[in-house]
Design a protein around this ligand. Structure first.
Ligand code: HH2
Length: 279
């Protein structure tokens, strides 16, 4: 597993699976919307996640839940910038900005973020690739079919694992050709982004296929609706389903997991690592 170069920070992914803690600064995110709108509360939540073992704090100001509308740049900046500044300066955590907009990414990188987590894999905003290239930031390229508005309208694949892998590799190679070095790129199958429950289950079961493609893999199953649909539970009862998905993803070779419940997931991940490391 290669190191992940993120600006001045280098994450040693071969040492252990890394934990990305979710910090949504939105009124409408599907599981934690409205909880951390105030920068002081958001920074406190970030400090707690770091104390629980988060390696990265992923800050987002626009919900990408199915059907979500666009947030204007000025509003997204107003939400995320004070939080990025506070978290970067007060916690020393590696900060990631979850956005598809180059203007938001640029401002966040100047305020202390070192990773751009782009659920559109640099495809929605033509300025995103130059922004990532020139900043030296690490980048997460996530797979999505369509846009958040359209992605759950009858997603179809003939071979979901093969097609997701092929698209991600195409986008990663495009980023490399545009000057983003491979050691800064991480791939993500995009659980819940233009996928049915069955697609999500297959992507987790066969995550090893993506992990063998040569880039570190991040996966974000936390509290998502495929868990709700499998277990028939609402969003606040998806912890055990998330445990199972995270455990399978780590066993299959995931390098980073993006989760809400950091303390519990650190223990799940460390236990799976111990089992996988047994003779
Ligand atoms: N999932 C969400 C948002 N960003 N980024 C990556 N790389 N991978 C993911 O799976 C992913 C992501 C959606 O979850 P959440 O942030 O909790 O909800 P919302 O988009 O409603 O804010």
């Amino acid at each position: 597993m290669r190191d992940w170069h993120c600006g001045e920070r280098i994450l040693n992914l071969s040492q252990r699976v890394h934990i990305m803690g979710v910090l949504n600064v939105t009124p409408d995110s599907f599981s934690d919307g409205g909880l951390y709108l105030h920068p002081a509360r958001a920074a406190e939540r970030a400090r707690t996640m770091v104390a629980e073992g988060a390696d990265i704090i992923d800050i987002g100001g626009e919900s990408t839940r199915p059907g979500a509308g666009d947030v204007p740049v000025a509003e997204e900046l107003r939400r995320v910038l004070p939080v990025v500044e506070a978290v970067a300066s007060q916690t020393g955590a590696v900060v990631s900005i979850d956005t598809t907009k180059a203007q938001v990414a640029r401002a966040a990188l100047q305020a202390g973020a070192v990773i751009v987590n782009d659920v559109s894999a640099l495809r929605f905003d033509p300025d995103m690739t130059p922004t990532v290239r020139s900043s030296g930031a690490g980048v997460v390229l996530m797979h999505m079919l369509g846009t958040p508005r359209t992605m759950q309208q009858h997603p179809t694949y003939s071979d979901v694992v093969g097609q997701v892998r092929a698209s991600l590799l195409e986008w990663a190679h495009a980023a490399e050709r545009a000057g983003v070095p491979a050691e800064r790129i991480v791939l993500d199958p995009g659980i819940g982004f233009g996928k049915t429950r069955q697609h999500n289950l297959s992507l987790i079961k066969r995550l090893g296929v993506l992990c063998a493609a040569g880039y570190p893999v991040l996966v974000g199953p936390s509290r998502k609706s495929f868990i709700g649909a499998t277990l028939d539970v609402p969003v606040e009862q998806r912890l055990e389903g998330t445990f199972a998905a995270v455990a399978c993803a780590v066993a299959a070779g995931a390098a980073i997991v993006r989760v809400h419940d950091v303390g519990q997931m650190v223990r799940v991940v460390r236990m799976v690592e111990a089992i996988m490391g047994a003779p």
